[in-house]
Design a protein around this ligand. Structure first.
Ligand SMILES: [Zn+2]
Length: 494
């Protein structure tokens, strides 16, 4: 079967012409003999087309595997310094790739940060904006559309309802698998897909694809709360009780401020260290299946190799500023600092300390395969920087969730807005208003952030110019009653 992009190739244009412009469609003006001749021509074209895979002319291009993990803090992975063995497979990938130690998420919620990954635009530059689930992506070219247009076979497998096709991230994917068959342990009306099922679906597609190079996006939901690792991973780590650790109240709300969010409650457990341990076990479980996916891809190498990009959509607060087991509220490093690992043929391995961002993923991938990077992207291609061909330009990068925005640069970040003040004032409609609070922090991965006295004037000007942009959000289709129930279960809808 032809993909939409197939009509760009000569054979497909011929086939399209034969179907639409020939007398074949004019039954009254064609004899049976002529009809048989056209039928023969069509058969020949279809056979020739099947041989070509309906793609652009043959050429050697690397495959691309993009892995995103939901709610994964960089500092919970071994390669980022964690002391538990949560990530042997991801660490193996890191050992063969480039590890970015200071990678920042586009947003601290799922749909916005994935939109930044797929379009190279910040929160205020794409139509999903700061809403999680209420808006959809429109009018901006996605990286999947470019790969598909250039002859790649494209597929996506996602595990979070916030990534369902109604938000528009399915654009450019020939296959967009958003089946969520699994009900959470404690709430039968909340659906997701766990790593084993996601991996099996992706591998089934991989083993039945055609000969075109592929662009495959696989999203793993598992570290997202509630933290319910399967039995074979539960108990893998022992909780490390902290000195003076106090039990937390279980909240009615989903915020996680000073307590355990309602959607996270596990069997009445109130000790934060137990939740942290379960979170680590969820990461270990996802890591196991990520390892399976990567090894299956590597077991079937193509002549041009495979580019693997690994990142997370955002992190998770584990007590920072009294926020527990939640995200989507602040833009500080607990929620903004994500892993970013790139393994690509010819790219030197190593570790990098430059501040990079989700918006860099799309230009990096396009540049690595030799495609033109659209001029209106907000990120930069990291390949030339890794190879030493060019330096990283001076810039600020933004983690932005509406009320709360942080601009990250070398050595620290400037935070504008205050979600806690917004909550305390009773403001809950998530308007993109910035509370009049500016604060600058020194920060390095693995360290607490510290307030510093001065905010650079040019940084202030750049940040103001960013957050004053109109947000061109496009309303998504109204969610069904069932979908609203699922969103509420995941902590996204009040
Ligand atoms: Zn997420």
């Amino acid at each position: 079967m032809c993909s939409p992009s197939a009509f760009e190739c000569t054979l497909c244009e011929s086939l399209n012409f034969a179907l639409v412009g020939s007398p074949l469609n004019t039954r009254s003006s064609i004899s049976n003999r002529r009809r048989r001749q056209f039928a023969g021509l069509l058969s020949a074209l279809v056979l020739a087309n099947a041989g070509s895979g309906c793609s652009k002319p043959e050429r050697s291009q690397p495959n691309v595997l993009l892995i995103t993990v939901d709610t994964l803090r960089a500092d919970r992975l071994g390669t980022y310094g964690f002391n538990l063995e949560t990530s042997p497979a991801i660490d193996r990938l890191a050992a063969r790739g480039v590890v970015f130690e200071r990678a920042i998420a586009g947003a601290s919620f799922t749909s916005g940060s994935h939109a930044s990954i797929m379009t190279s635009r910040y929160t205020r530059e794409h139509t999903i904006g700061y809403m999680n689930g209420g808006t959809r992506l429109e009018g901006i070219t996605t990286v999947a559309e470019i790969f598909n247009r250039e002859g790649y076979q494209t597929a996506a497998f996602v595990g979070n309802i916030m990534l369902n096709r109604s938000i528009g991230l399915d654009r450019g994917f020939e296959v967009y698998d958003d089946e969520l068959p699994h009900a959470e342990l404690n709430r039968g009306f909340a659906f997701e897909r766990i790593a084993e099922q996601t991996t099996e679906s992706a591998l089934l597609w991989l083993n039945n694809r055609d000969h075109r190079p592929f662009f495959l996006w696989v999203h793993y939901q598992d570290p997202h709360g509630p933290y319910t690792p399967p039995p074979e991973f539960r108990g893998r780590f022992r909780p490390e009780f902290k000195p003076n650790e106090k039990p937390l109240p279980i909240l009615d709300a989903v915020t996680g401020l000073n307590g355990i969010p309602s959607y996270q409650e596990l069997d009445g457990i109130r000790r934060p260290s137990v939740y942290e341990t379960r979170y680590a076990e969820e990461i270990a479980y996802a890591d196991h299946w990520i390892g399976e996916l990567i090894s299956q891809v590597d077991a079937n190498p193509s002549d041009s190799g495979t580019i693997v990009v690994f990142t997370a959509d955002h992190g998770e607060s584990l007590g920072e500023e009294n926020l527990y087991f939640s995200h989507g509220s602040t833009t500080t490093p607990d929620q903004a600092h994500v892993p970013l690992i790139i393994r690509a043929p010819g790219l030197p391995e190593g570790r990098r300390i430059e501040t990079v961002h989700h918006v860099d993923v799309m230009p990096t991938l396009l540049d690595l395969v030799g495609f033109e990077v659209p001029a209106d992207t907000s990120g930069i291609a990291l390949g030339p920087i890794i190879r030493g061909d060019s330096p990283l330009p001076d810039r600020l990068v933004y983690c932005d969730e509406g009320f709360d925005l942080s601009a990250y640069g070398p050595g620290g970040f400037v935070r504008v807005g205050d979600i806690l003040a917004a909550w305390n004032s009773g403001e809950t409609n998530r308007l993109p208003m910035m509370a009049p609070r500016w604060a600058a922090y020194r920060w390095a991965p693995g360290e607490d952030w510290q307030v510093v006295d001065e905010i650079n004037a040019s940084s202030k000007t750049a940040i103001r110019s960013y957050f004053r942009q109109a947000i061109p959000m496009v309303e998504a289709e109204k969610p069904s009653h069932l979908r609203v129930e699922r969103l509420r279960a995941l902590g996204y809808a009040e």
